[in-house]
Design a protein around this ligand. Structure first.
Ligand SMILES: Cc1ncc(C[n+]2csc(CCOP(=O)(O)OP(=O)(O)O)c2C)c(N)n1
Ligand SMILES: CC(=O)[C@@H](O)[C@H](O)COP(=O)(O)O
Ligand SMILES: [Mg+2]
Length: 649
């Protein structure tokens, strides 16, 4: 079936859309038909691949209006977080790519400059678009380029601190800039905080422009008597603004407010955008939308309005077709609740992701002991420091990649004060479909340098439970627990424990010490078996606590001919790097080869595919290890002692 035929199957009009110019000339009726066809298309395609169906169903009309009012790519359309850019992709010639959405070699789930000139922000981390927009608008102003900058930001993303830093600057700069607040009242769960309350107060108020026009009309018949009348009018406007228009917050900042407007009414959004485009300064267009709009399973999904089904789902019910087995997240959630039952000082913090991180389970039993801070990881870290100063032991549960932005807070607000805060990093390592900015590959390197901070990498459910308990027992500094996405690894019992290091396998021969970090424990066992077939002995160890490097690991290294480490994190500054340094410091002259993820922007795909591309499979590692150890046989001094010569370029 050709692309045209396939697309046309989802609607006659959609099949005619090759680019934004095709929607500019459509009538209101045609746009309504096209919106319905786009919804059919989204549900049909995303139900097969998984992806952010809920958010994108909520921005169909919004995106149509944007592409009708503005001229992308000359005018720049920015999408905060970017998970809601599918409609933008549909309208910019990429309908054919949706059969391989978020799949290796296929369409990214986020804007991608490599895909289209219409795309700009590729980072899937929330709350960045307004800062990009501020910079872009300043650049166009300085270069004398008359181009519109439009940033779509969700109510959830608006709870991120960067947004307010940007608004502060946008107001001062006064450049022409359109901020479309896509207010569907939800992140995953309902958006929290004072801002959310403020936005909902706006949703409930009549647009104050309308009220103002009414008053102006009423007063308009009154003959103007110079200054006094002006004073009266101004006083009336101010009174209205203060009384009926809580959007004063934005306008007092110096940013014009337009709305609230029905985000599912193309004509209404268009009118607001045209007014904003011609205003000649920064304008907020407050669009009220519904996440999952037009698709009952999403609209009725109380958890997260089908925010992002991770794989194919049933169109009728929205339920995932492949029931997830026991996930690392589930094990964490259960054990945290068990700990909380025993430890009244243990509290939980989430950054707008209670369900995806498992913290929701604790919140259901102890709602008073869980804090949802919004998409505000920096605040989460320092608020946790405050909780710890107040005598509690906070557990901050975030995806590994999102803690990157709170490095300074972890370093100085938590660690320098030696505060007992536990950071639980879910989705650590290569995740897959969400691509490079979601890869939780930096934490062991970035946070490994923090003095007094300890990092645990459990290898299975049993060690996750054990290491979580060990972490919350630490009362003189921060701890980090990190584990990958997906199904939890089968329990891998240790033969014995040396200090905190678990020995998983050993042999009469001590040719190789294989340090298998975290969930790579099973991989280590398979490597040992393969290398043993070549006649070499491999000792497989799981350090459990990977930073700081356990002294016992260095002692074990000294008793082998070759050390190999393998980790689901970047090599630079990773566990292998740190072990090599510890061995040098102890003058342990044994060659070390460290395997891990190259510090780079790795493409999206499945976790297994990306790991295979990086040579992080049992077969590849076994081949490498065999090559290195047999090379030592041939030329014993080939690898200079304590070398951590890179195993990969
Ligand atoms: C820094 C950061 N933290 C967490 C996330 C995970 N995340 C992805 S989308 C989302 C909710 C976004 O809500 P909103 O901005 O309102 O957009 P909507 O999905 O409602 O369209 C969250 C928390 C993220 N992408 N970035
Ligand atoms: C955009 C975002 O941060 C999430 O919606 C992301 O898609 C994570 O998905 P998983 O929860 O399936 O890892
Ligand atoms: Mg939202």
């Amino acid at each position: 079936m050709s692309v045209e035929e396939d697309t046309a199957n989802h609607g006659r009009l959609l099949g005619t859309v090759r680019g934004p110019q095709d929607v500019k000339r459509m009538s209101g009726e045609e746009l309504d038909v096209l919106a319905a066809e786009i919804r059919d298309f989204l549900i049909a395609k995303v139900s097969r691949t998984g992806g952010h169906v809920g958010p994108n169903l909520g921005v169909v009309e919004l995106t149509l209006a944007m592409h009708r009012v503005f001229d992308s790519p000359r005018d720049r359309l920015l999408f905060d977080t970017g998970h809601q850019a599918y409609v933008h992709k549909i309208l910019t010639g990429r309908q054919a790519g949706f059969d391989k959405l978020r799949q290796r070699g296929g369409l990214s789930g986020y804007p991608s400059q490599a895909e289209s000139e219409h795309d700009l922000i590729e980072n899937s981390h929330a709350s960045t678009a307004l800062s990009y927009a501020d910079g872009l608008a300043k650049a166009y102003a300085l270069r004398g380029e008359s181009r519109s900058v439009v940033a779509v930001v969700g109510d959830g993303a608006l709870t991120g601190g960067m947004c307010w830093e940007a608004l502060n600057n946008i107001a001062t700069a006064g450049n022409s800039l359109v901020i479309v607040v896509n207010d569907n009242g939800r992140s995953y769960s309902p958006t929290i905080g004072g801002l959310a309350d403020h936005l909902s107060s706006l949703r409930l108020n009549p647009g104050y422009e309308k009220v103002l026009d009414t008053v102006k009309d009423a007063l308009g018949s009154t003959p103007l008597v110079g200054k006094p009348m002006y004073e009266v009018l101004h006083a009336v406007k101010k009174g209205i603004k203060d009384a009926v228009a809580p959007q004063a917050m934005f306008e007092d900042l110096g940013i014009k407010y337009v709305g609230p407007v029905d985000g599912h009414d193309v004509a209404a959004v268009e009118a607001a955008l045209r007014a904003a485009k011609n205003f000649g300064g920064p304008v907020i267009v407050h669009a009220v939308t519904r996440k999952g709009y037009g698709y009952r399973p999403a609209e009725e999904d109380d958890a997260d309005c089908l925010h992002g089904p991770s794989s194919a789902f049933d169109v009728e019910t929205g339920a995932l077709l492949a029931a997830p087995s026991v996930k690392w997240t589930h094990v964490f959630a259960d054990e945290l609740l068990a700990v909380a039952d025993e430890r009244p000082d243990v509290v939980g913090i989430t950054a707008a992701m209670a369900e995806p991180t498992g913290i929701a389970k604790l919140a259901r039993k102890y709602p008073e002991r869980v804090y949802d801070v919004g998409i505000a990881e920096q605040h989460a870290a320092t608020s946790a420091a405050g909780l710890a100063l107040g005598g509690l032991h906070p557990v901050v549960a975030v995806y590994a990649t999102f803690l990157n932005r709170a490095f300074d807070q972890v370093l100085l607000d938590v660690a320098m004060h030696k505060l007992p805060v536990t950071f639980v990093l879910d989705r650590a390592g290569i995740t897959g479909p969400d691509g490079p900015s979601h890869y939780g590959i930096w934490d062991m390197s970035v946070f490994g340098v923090v003095p007094g901070l300890r990092i645990a990498a459990p290898r299975d459910a049993a060690t996750l439970r054990e290491e979580l308990r060990e972490a919350v027992a630490v009362d003189n500094g921060p701890t980090v627990l990190r584990f990958p996405t997906g199904a939890v690894a089968a329990d891998l019992p240790a033969l014995r424990r040396v200090g905190t290091v678990d020995v998983l396998a050993e042999s009469a021969r001590t040719d190789v010490l294989l340090v298998a970090v975290g969930s790579f424990g099973q991989l280590g066992m398979e490597v040992a078996a393969r290398v043993a077939e070549q006649g070499y002995g491999v000792t497989v160890v799981d350090p459990r606590w990977v930073r700081p490097i356990p002294a016992e690991l260095v002692e074990l290294a000294a008793r082998h001919r070759l050390v190999v480490s393998v980790e689901d994190g970047v090599r630079v500054g990773g566990v292998g790097d740190a072990l090599a340094q510890a061995m040098r410091d102890a003058d342990v002259r044994v060659p070390l080869k460290d395997l891990g993820v190259p510090a780079d922007w790795h493409p999206h795909g499945t976790r297994a595919q990306i790991l295979a591309d990086l040579g992080l499979t049992a077969q590849d590692v076994a081949r490498d290890v065999t090559g290195w150890i047999s090379g030592l046989d041939a030329t014993p001094d080939r690898l200079t002692p304590t070398s951590n010569a890179s195993a990969q370029n």
